[in-house]
Structures are given as C-alpha cells and as structure tokens.
Design a protein. Sequence first.
Length: 368
Amino acid sequence: MPIAGIYGPDDFANRPQGDVTAFPRAAPARTRPALPTPALAWTPEVARATAPLYERVKHVIPPIEWPLMAPTIQAINELKRARGAVILAHNYQSPEIFHCVADIGGDSLQLAVEATKVKAGIIVQCGVHFMAETSKLLNPDKTVLIPDSRAGCSLAASITGADVRLLREKFPGVPVVAYVNTSAEVKAEVDICCTSSNAVQVVESLGAASVIFLPDRYLATYVASKTDVKIIAWKGACEVHERFTGQELREFREADPSVQIIAHPECPPDVLAEADFTGSTAHMINWVRDKRPRRLVMITECSMADNVRAELPDVEMLRPCNLCPHMKRITLANILESLLTLREEVTIDPALAVRARRSVERMITLKN
C-alpha cells in the first residue's frame, strides 16, 4: 500500500525550536577511581595471548596492522574482567571491535534483547547514542557507558518529542510507532518501538487501520509495501543508506550477472527494487550464512561486510562502500579510556525514562 502521507518539521508552523536531544547526557565519572593506563607494547606475550583473536579477523585485517591493535585489545579484555563490565557492539562496528573485544554483537533488536539479560554492573555500548540510551532504559540501575558521546544518528536527530506531540494532534487516536533509532525523548511520546527486523510485525500488532511510523521515510515505505495498514510517515532518513542508488546496483549486475545483492530497508525504493533480498542487518547476515553466494553486494554500512567476511571468507564481497561517520567515532582507544575512567556515562531523566522504557519493553515482549 502506498504511504498515506509524509510529514516533516516544515509542515508544522507552530513547531517548537531548539528541543532536539542530539546526544545522551554524559555524566561525570563515578566515585570509583580511574585505573592507570596499561602498557600498550607489542610483545611476544601479547602476540601469543591475542593469536586466537587474530584468527577471527585475519581475512579482513592485514598482518602488518595487527601489532598496532593487539596491545589495546588485550588491555580492554583484561579491563573488562577487572571492572566487571560487558561490551555490546552493533554489526556496524569495525572487525577489531566486533570480533575481538565485544561480548555481545548484533543488530538493534538483538542488542536491546540482550541488554535485558546482562548481569554485569557496567555496560559499554559500542554503537551510537540511541543504542546507549536504550541499554540504559532497560538497565536503569546499571552504569552504561558510550566511548564517545558524539556518536550520533541522522535519524534520531531528525525528530523531537515535540514533533510527535504535533503529529498526535494532527492525527488524534492514531497509534505511533517509533523506530528504535530515536532519542529517549521521542520514545517517551510513542506507543511502541520497532526495529527493521520486526517493523511490519509491530505495525500489524496494533490492530489499527492507520499507524504513524517514524522517523525513517524509506523504512516506512518498505513497511507500507508489506501491509494493508495505512502508514503515515516522517521525513527522516539514514545518511548512510539514502546515498545508495538503484543505478549503482544495476551497474554491478551488468558487470557480473551472477552477483547477489542484498539491501537494508532503510535504502530508497529504487535500491530495494534491484535487490535479491531485503532485511535487517541480522536477517542479511543469516541470509548470507544460509545461501553462501560466491559474490555478494551488501548494501549497508561498510563494516558489516568486513564482519561477515571475517566469518565467511569464501564469500567475495563487492561493495559500494558507505561508512557511518558516527559509528566510526567508537575506537579501541576510546573503549579503553571508557573502561579506565568510567566517563561518558549515559543518564536519562527518571520521569522521562519510565515512559520511554514502556515503549521499548512493549517491543521486546511482543510475541513472534
């Protein structure tokens, strides 16, 4: 079904200005003392200790680069144990983070679910700010750290809680679904959250003829094509996925008709029309594991292709490479600093958190 309507900031003359929550608030370090910076030298001991980790990434990290990374990786893994911390990493994190220091990796839905099971007292979120906020919402009594609080998201920055209230005024009684790529302020104003993995399921679970779906216009278009529910969308977009074009994909097919193409639903419709499969990052990874194509174009953030190739080196990756500048703010160096100092702690106003938590929990507890 076509999108029933699409709205943005310019469609509301009375839209309040200046209330965008761009990043999570970073709190001062807790009273626990900072730990001394460990020695970060490449030694025979470090080489032996990290050799099994290099086996995981040897197909995507050149041997000449490993001695520069391994001492920090070793220090992070030792500090995790000393601090009683767990590291969560999104699929878009680079291989040395995703495969070598993360305890749990996955897409937004997987990380949200796993965050509810974490026993450690400290969570280090290797991703962008809305992911850290989501972990804090689900673990209000735990310390949640983000190695760089400037790691933002174009989707989360495209809409505010005030925008949601204006949409509710314009469409009274219509339920609101927020993509998890939103701030806690926005999550507090909606009925339920979703990810790209379960967006169609969430929309249909509401039993409504019409649903407001925000903030990604392209994911909204994809959902509308999969359901009879009328979708009212917002004019947000992912700055990584919106840059792909259908023409790029056609050129890949012309060069090699046997190539397989899979794409994320945050891409524009002309891109999805050229793809052999469309799905969330988790669904894309499972598709590759199942199909094992000889040559593959993965239309999403670059690092995910590296992470999949590290696991499945027999799959040749051809890619028009779009990096997420926000994801790449997370580095081994600032993960180490975060564990040493416990700085960049994510905090959320308790009253707002109660309302935001409800919409996330509704998503997680939705039965498949």
